[in-house]
Each structure stands twice: as C-alpha cells, then as structure tokens.
Design a protein. Sequence first.
Lengths: 302, 526
Amino acid sequence: MSLDVDAARGAIERAVAKPLGISVNEAALRIHSIVNDGMASASRVQAVERGHDPAGYSLVGFGGAGPVHAYGVASRLRLRTLIIPPNAGLGSAVGLLLAPRTFRLSRTFIGTLDRIDWQRVETLFAEMKEEATAALRNAGVTDAEMAFDRTADMRYRGQRKELTVDLPARSLKLDGAGALRKSFEKLYAKIYHRTHDDHPVEALAWRLVAKGPPITRQSRGGSKTARAQNARPRTLRPMMFDGWLRPRSCEVHSRYDLKAGHTIVGPAVIEEAESTTVIGPGGKAMTDIYGNIVISLSGDRA
Amino acid sequence: MSKQPKRVTQLEVAWNTLISIASEQAAAMVNSSFSAVLGEMEDLSAGVFDADGVMMAQSVQGAPGHLGSLSLGVKHFCKAFPAATLAPGDVLITNDPWLVSGHKHDITVVTPVFLGKRLVGFTASNCHTVDIGGRIFSAAGTDVYEEGLQIPLMKLFAAGKRNDQLFTIIQQNVRSPDLVIGDLMAQVSANETASRRLVEFMRDSDLSDLRALSNDITSRTERFMRRAITAVPDGEYTDRIVLDGFDQPLHIDVKLTVKGDRILVDFEGTSAQVPKGINCVLNFTRAFTYYALKCLLAPDSPNNDGSFGPIEVRAPGGSLVHARYPAAVGGRHLVGLYIPFAIFGAMKKVLPDRVVADSSVLSAVTLNGVDDAGKPYVFTFFSSGGMGARAGKDGLDATAFPSNVANVPAEIMEQSVPVLMLSRELIPESFGNGRHRGGAGQRVGLKLRTALPATVSCMVERTTSAPRGFQGGEEGHPARLLIDDKSIDAKQSHLLKPGQLLVLETPGGGGYGPPKHAGRNGDDHG
C-alpha cells in the first residue's frame, strides 16, 4: 500500500499546524505524542481496574499500528522492555498455534484465612492437578514436561473485588494463613498503598494453571544461538522525535534483513509489510532467535 | 524535553493525564470498596485540584450530584486548613451537608499533595457511605440532627498518624462499621494513588507548581462554555415542575436568563423548605444546575471549575432548593434530581434537539433488620425507572437519569441482605408514548428470608406526579410501592413481616413528540 505523503502533510497543515502556528513536522509529532499518551493513560486505568501495577511488565506491540506506538506507550508507562513479535499484524492467529498447551482450573471454596480448612484446600488442588494431568496427557504432554502454578483470589472480607495472589508450591497445611496473608497484603499495599490491619482476609477461588512445554519452533536462520552484530540500514530518512526542533536523518531498516543477534540503536524505524516498528532515541533493539525484536528502553520519553 | 512553543499540545497531554489520574482514583476506590453502593452502584466522585483548591479534573466515573459540589467542598477545606496547617501524610474529612453534596451519607475525603515539603494540590473523593447512624437513609427526618453522625472538617490522619478517636466515634455510631470504615479507607487509598501519580506527573513534566496549568485548563473550558452560551438566543426561559410532596404537592420554579455569554438561573418562587428530609442545600442545587446546563451546552467538555464560571445560581434562602440549617436533608435527591427537568422544560423551546423529556429518577428503598444469626444489616437498593425520550431517540429502559447510579444485581442483593428477589421485570405499559417513546420502568418484588421483620425506609418520588412528555409526547406511569398488594406511603418507614411481598414499580419515562399511532411502541421499536 502506498501512502500519499503530500496529502497527509496538507491535511495536517490545514487542520493542526496552521491554526496552532507550528510547523507541519511538529504538528505531526504532537499528534503522535497525544495518541501515545492517551493509550498509556488508558492502560494505567485498566491496570488499576484489574488490580495490577504496570511497572515490571513488558509490553508486546502487535496489530497493524501497535509497533508504531508501542515505544511511546512503553516509555510513558516506564516499562523497560518492549517485544515486537514477527508478523505482529497476525499475532493472535499465530499465537494460538504456538502457545504452550495450558489448562486453567478453579474451585470455589470461600473462607477467611484464619478459619479455612487447609486440608480441604489441598484436597481441591490435588483434584485439580489430577484432572489437569489427565487433560495434558491427552494433549500429548509427558508428565516430566508439566508445570503447575497455584493462585488464589483473595480480598479483605466483604470487599467487592479480589486480587489474584501467587501461592507457594509447598503444602498450605502448615502455615497457609500466615503465608497467604503476607503475600496478599504485600500485593494489596503495592496497588492501594494501604492495608486494613486486623481486618480478616478471605479466599474465594483456588486456581491451578497446568502447562505443557512451549512448542519448539525452528529458529530463524537455523541457529540456536545469536551473535550480536549491528544491523545494516536500508536507507536514511528524516525523522523527528520528542524534544527535537527539526528532523534529523535516521536509520530505516527492513525487518526481512534482520537475523538473530542483529542490533539496532534508536532513533530508527524497522519496516515490514504489516507494520512499522518505531525505536526512540536511546532504545536498543535486538532480534532474538525466534525473530522477535526485543527492545530495551532508555528511560527517555519518545 | 525542550521548552519550545508546543504549549497547546503539551497542554492536551497534561490535561488528559490529569483526567486519567482522577479516573484511576475512582477505579481504585471502586475496586478496594466494601459496599455495593460504592462497588456496584458507583455513587462517588473523584477529582484533582491545585493548591488553591481549583478543580482541574474530575473522574469520568461519578455521580452528577457531585459535579461542582465536590469542587465547592474542597474550597471549604482550603479555608479551614490553610497551607501552613497541613503536612505530608494528612488526610482531611467531612460529611457536612452544607459544605459539600447535601446529605450526611456523602463523606468527603481530601488529601493534600506535597512535592517535597511544599503543598502543590489536593486529591479529593466523595462517596455515599452505607450508613451514618441516626435514622436510616431516609426522607423521614424533621431536622438534620436526626439524620446521623456529623463529622466536621477534621483531620482523619495527621502526618500519617490515624486519628483513632475519630475512627472509634464513627465505628460506634454506624450500623455496619466494617463497610463504612472499609469504604472510607478505600477513599483514603484512592486519594493516595492519585496523589502519587500527581507528584510523578509533576516530576515528569518539570512542574513545580500546578497553578499556571490549572489556569490554562479552566480558562479554556470557561471560554468554551461562554461560546456555547452565546449560541443560545438571549431571553428568559421558565418552567415549573410539580413533585408529590407530603401533605400537598411541592414545586420547583426556575427562570433562566440568557444574556450574551452568561446564564443566570433563578429559583425564585420555589416552595419553602419543609420539615422532612428532602431539602436541598444550595451546593446540591448548584451541582444539578451545572449538570443540566453542561448536558445542554457542552456535554463533551471535560469537567473542571472553568465550566461553572459563566453560570450564576440564585435561590431564595429557606426554600426547598436553598435550605437553611438545620433543615432535614437526607433524601435531598428527591428534589434535587428534578432540577434538570425544570431546566430542560424551560429550555425545550430554544434547544429542542438537546433536551430529555422527564425521567423517573431514582427510587431508593433501604432494608434494615437483624438476620437469623442475630447480625444487624442495612442495605439501600436504588432502582431505576425509565429515562425520558429525546428528540432523536427513545428513552432507555430502567436507566436512571439524571443520576447515573446503577441497578443492583439480584445476586448481589441476595448476598448482602437476607431477601429473596422474586421478580425484576420491565413494565411494558409504563412508558409515555410519543414520536419517540420513554423508557420502561421496572417492577421489583422481594420477600424476607428471616424469621424477624425488617424496616423498609422508602424514598420514592413520582407516585402522583407522572413524568411529563415533551413536545406533545405522552406522560409515563407514576411509581407504586406495595406490601402484599396494598399501596404504602412512598416516603415513610414501614414494617415488612416475613412472608410479606414488597413490590416497587418505578415510573416510566415521558415521550417526545406526538405519537404517530396509538400503539405502545415508538418508531425505534417494532
């Protein structure tokens, strides 16, 4: 698909640049920036609504325009790592075929931590494990390849929404109450900045995630290891990033040139048929053996 | 980042960030809440203010009765607690009806925000608490003293230290202390979430003070509002809306004078305040006036103090819409929620495409008793009737307007109180017909699941005065409240015995425009 650059410049000039008395380049950059900001704000509200703190997560940029904005969104959320999978525009379809075989089971069993019957909790987990093991075997996973994670949905008794807390693999029969209250309050304080001392904590649902191994893929270029080396750009093109007064010449790469271990230092863009990946100034990208572009953010905003 | 003249776009980014901080604040409040009022019905608001108490942004979620009243409330806090009296870790509180949103159930928590040691702003939240002692949430009070615990402007936390005495007093005075204190702490947490984000935002944007930004935001919003008012033809527009009242009907009279870029809203002629808990303090009247005019003139502009500058509200002291202390105000929404319809009624001639025909507003029923385990319970459920029709669309069924409080799911009710919900259904014949029809009301039927009777406190309006249709649309059906098929007083407390069936029928919304044919369906519904 070819884009009409002159028509785009004309539209931005008429609608934004002229009325604000700024240059077309600056107007375009500001539009990009406002869009990134809106997405970052929405992500934050979403994160709080679901009881997560975005810090510490990596952002996966997918969809046609995802990689265009992902760097700007990630830097606003202060994330350190951004991953752009290959064929980012086809993310879900490919992911469905490649995700590890996983079964998620849950049992409702409500009780406050100081009173709950831990024997019953462990029995529920044992039942779920048995069920999940059979399902995984049926899906072709051997017992040695299986991995299990246990979580519980918990809240202060009477509260409207729960938080999902990771549980230790060891038996809860010994000190379930103490360990769970501690994990719950640690997570609660991280999200809500306060804890309700002396208020009973209750668990509502017990969950088991049973996973098979990741489906192994042929690495790109056949190699299992990657040697770091600088990627060579196809061309240079004038670009503008936040804080720049005028465009500067920046690298344009083709994603199809990138081999495992290839590195690119931002500012740069990587073009492919389905999308364009933007790397802000100071961002460092490296292609891994699966063809993912893994970008470490510099901490500056883009 | 360079300091080049990118002011406008930087402003938009900063502005959106402030709105998102207020929305995060509201989300944190809902998620960490304990009661259904907060968690399901979301009867709350949250806002971010500068150091002078100017509201820069309000959460997208929020009740319209809090629009403007939260902002007016924070100004009282600023007066009572000058910067020199505040320290990091302070959290302030009040539920004074005259200072914020008009009844004691609304608890306002204000957290001063410090950048280093300097006061740079406030985050504030206002929530309807499940109980505040006194009479249950009701309109039956004769003065404000009957309506529960009064919390003056105070510190709930001082430099991070909990005011244990105040917590103890609150705990001792309310019927469900766990829920009340839990929700209160949800407000404290939410304010803190927003305060941290505000400081982070200031550090990121290299701001040491918010006032210039605040001024930029409010003056732009005010200009926008003034332009919108200028587009309305100058003139005087009047309406009277009649309410059920108690012994005799009551009325709200309004006259809007539009002149250039300003509007004067005068409630001269409105009934005098009554010795029942339905009186509105001026703050609450202002909130619903602002809300109605914002709906008409600038529905998409963000909420901040700028919207209110061009609007002057006058109401005779001692009237139903400007009640004097110590009037009873517990069920003030039974009057306040009608203010927008009086304003829409007045403006329908000049803004026919923007008004909404009369809606059912909100019906509140509070159940209070002791369950079979001997534990006291109190639970208010709001039920929405039909919304009025609009010029281009039917009214929404069982949707509250102008309040946006949500219906409580039957499952949540049955978990919260020992009742069995026997029915919840739309009432097809309840709406006013028209070119566009009003929304249908709903019928809710329930019985107790206990051996002991419960007290049912009702705050239901429009049992005699039906929601009006506009521009030739028909009126909706009024509300009904029945125990075992016998009609009961909709603003009193009653005893509900085990086995008795309580039925609430909420009103249908008014229609818009003359009906095309004598069917019950508007043209959007076949």
